[in-house]
Write a protein that binds this ligand. Structure first.
Ligand code: PLP
Length: 432
């Protein structure tokens, strides 16, 4: 076959991985195809260190090349294909919002639900599309029929928006909210599971688990917590803000009852997109947070009575799922873990530097905490930004005090080398 025809045919195959009408840069598509062929069949752990492959993925993003953005745990950028999709849908919407949003873009919600379901490994009838984890989990926290005296077990290291939701129910309705506290990193599943199990009383109805603790990146043994809870007939709600799109897992495998996530974190979907998963048989009993005409319906769509919201953002999620699938979830997980280990291993033995996160793969992936003796997290965060233009975030929460560093697939090794140099200089090992 002549080379040009072969190229066009290849391009067609690759374009199939993305939506038919995206304006994906052809050259990038071709180099992605070539890079993909090179790593085809290799173990994800091997591909994690293949800079040629990841340099092609990096080109898919449009991040500021003058700053080093290492707070992807907060919110992640979208690749160009996703940004383009949102822009396209937005332009279309503004040609006549009530027609193009409610009659045209609206048609994309069911296919999107199915696409997300394939990624999540569940039925499309278990997925509601919304705006973020806060909305997803508050829907369940407020939708459960808990009565005065019913108990919920969570931790002090959960996310504030969820802690506040339980505290408000305690204040308003008299539920009992018990918070455990862990000294992370903890490298023992048994220690964590036992702590939850010990806190159970005959009144315990619900356990709240954060899949990946946002403050320091500890991965919690969710499957084991759920298996233990099931023995006691207790439901489990999982905060998957940082796990979906990062770790390679299917939601039903966890054994939980409820799972909420923000798609604008590791999935790199448009900012302001999220997802709620509820086990099919539990949907009926959860009251929607934003009321629906059939509040006791078993149809997951009852949680989507959100009023007018951004359909372009919602529809842009599809392109982020395409991007994820084109990389492969396991490859992505291993690359991001590799990036975390790359910098953390280089700084861990520097005098005065402390790493606050496990190096074991089962307990950590993207997020890692670091501190320098004699500096507050705020001071270290400021020093990294003011002198080196490295954007991180200082964390002071309960018993945790560190700077949180979170790379993503677009992060370059040379940027992590700059982080290492910055920490060496700040800690005083190298002269500035
Ligand atoms: C563990 C955890 N849960 C929930 C959230 C809330 O996410 P969102 O602001 O997208 O609702 C975050 C945000 O960082 C988080 O880290």
């Amino acid at each position: 076959m002549e080379p040009r025809r072969k190229f066009i045919q290849k391009m067609g195959l690759l374009a199939g991985a993305f939506s038919a009408n995206n304006i994906f840069n052809e050259l990038h598509a071709a180099s992605w195809d070539a890079a993909g062929q090179k790593i085809d069949g290799l173990a994800p752990e091997t591909v994690a260190a293949d800079e040629d492959y990841w340099s092609v993925i990096q080109q898919g993003y449009s991040v500021d090349s003058n700053l080093i953005i290492l707070n992807n745990g907060g919110v992640s950028p979208s690749p160009r294909v996703v940004q383009d999709a949102v822009e396209r849908y937005n332009k279309l919407s503004n040609q006549g919002p009530s027609y193009y949003m409610w009659r045209i873009l609206d048609q994309g919600r069911e296919p999107l639900r199915q696409k997300l379901a394939v990624l999540a490994g569940c039925s499309a009838e278990e997925i509601a599309i919304n705006r973020n984890t806060t909305e997803a989990l508050n829907t369940v926290i407020y939708g459960l029929d808990l009565r005065a005296g019913d108990e919920v077990i969570g931790t002090k290291q959960d996310y504030p928006n969820m802690i506040q939701a339980y505290k408000q129910r305690a204040l308003r309705e008299g539920i009992v909210y018990t918070q455990l506290s862990f000294n992370f990193p903890v490298e023992s599943d048994a220690e964590i599971v036992e702590a939850f199990e010990k806190a159970i009383t005959p009144k315990t109805k619900l356990i709240h688990v954060t899949h990946i603790i946002n403050w320091v990146g500890q991965i919690m043994p969710v499957k084991k917590i759920c298996a233990m809870a099931r023995k006691h007939n207790i439901e489990v709600i999982v905060d998957g803000a940082h796990s979906f799109g990062l770790l390679d897992f299917k939601i039903p495998e966890l054994g939980c009852d409820y799972f909420g996530t923000s798609l604008h974190k590791f999935l790199s979907a448009p900012i302001g997109s999220g997802m709620l998963w509820i086990k099919k048989e539990k949907i009926e009993k959860i009251w929607p947070l934003l009321c629906n005409s059939e509040p006791r319906s078993a149809d997951i769509r009852k949680f989507e009575t959100l009023g007018t919201r951004s359909f372009p953002i919602e529809q842009g999620i599809g392109e982020a799922v395409n991007f994820q699938n084109a990389i492969g979830s396991k490859r992505k997980e291993e690359r991001i873990r590799y990036l975390k280990n790359y910098w953390a291993n280089k700084v861990k033995d520097i005098p005065k530097v402390k790493i606050h996160t496990s190096f074991k793969p089962e307990y950590s992936c993207a997020i890692c905490g670091v501190s320098v003796d004699g500096m507050t997290p705020g001071e270290l965060d400021s020093a990294l930004f003011s002198t080196y233009k490295i954007h991180t975030v200082g964390i002071v929460w309960e018993n945790i005090s560190c700077v949180r560093v979170t790379p993503h697939v677009y992060t370059k090794l040379q940027d992590l080398d700059k982080l290492v140099l910055a920490i060496e200089e700040i800690a005083g090992r190298k002269k500035q």
